[in-house]
Design a binder for this molecule. Structure first.
Ligand code: 5GP
Length: 196
């Protein structure tokens, strides 16, 4: 008979199209569970007003990012909306070493790369009910010009086709329900028995 043990901490990846409400859920999970460490990504995109270096992202130049790729500093990376984004390899290693779970906010390509390297990673797809609602939310937050909105919606359609690669789908219609579902997924995953 195979020996069994509890998995303990885990790797949780959240992805969503623009307007899905992922950032709100990431903030909620970070605040609610002290056993969760947030993976601060590195990016070549310029900081937006309110972005804090080292807290929201590590902001570096595109050239420095490409050097980081060559030096294999990232566990995964992707070009998203024309900018580089990547997860420093040390983020996952350090969190798990400390017995913490780690929460990553990644695009769908990054999520799939993490799953390849860590098959036990839990991929959670967050979305609003339908493209119309996504579009309404993107317009309502007033951050983007019309071209960017169009590009984000085009990308959203492609991202929605990738739901099949994820383990869970959280429909972010009512935020309270989405939060409750996130807590349930997290709790259930911590209790999962891993066959070793
Ligand atoms: P934003 O610039 O709006 O913060 O993020 C744009 C997109 O990049 C989001 O979909 C976000 O999930 C994704 N992203 C952020 N960090 C990473 C990362 O380290 N790797 C990958 N693959 N995607 C990321």
């Amino acid at each position: 008979m195979k020996q069994t043990k509890y998995t303990g901490p885990g790797i949780f990846v959240l992805s969503s199209p623009s307007g899905g409400g992922k950032t709100t859920l990431v903030k909620f999970m970070k605040k609610k569970f002290s056993a969760i460490v947030y993976s601060v990504s590195t990016t070549s995109r310029p900081p937006r007003p309110g972005d804090k270096n080292g807290h929201d992202y590590n902001f570096i130049s595109a050239e420095a990012f490409r050097k980081g790729i060559k030096e294999k500093n990232f566990v995964e990376w992707a070009l998203v909306h024309g900018n580089y984004y990547g997860t420093p390899s040390s983020n996952i290693k350090n969190a798990l070493k400390k017995g913490k779970s780690i929460l990553l906010d990644l695009d769908v390509k990054g999520a799939r790369q993490v799953k390849k390297l860590f098959p036990d990673a839990v991929l959670i797809f967050i979305t609003a009910p339908g493209i119309k609602e996504l579009s309404r939310r993107i317009i309502a937050r007033g951050q983007d010009d019309m071209n960017t909105i169009r590009r984000r919606l085009k990308n959203a359609k492609e991202e929605l086709r990738q739901i099949k690669y994820f383990d869970f789908l959280v429909m972010n219609d009512k935020i309270a329900t989405a939060q409750k579902n996130m807590v349930s997924i997290y709790g259930a995953e911590l209790c999962k028995i891993k066959k070793v």
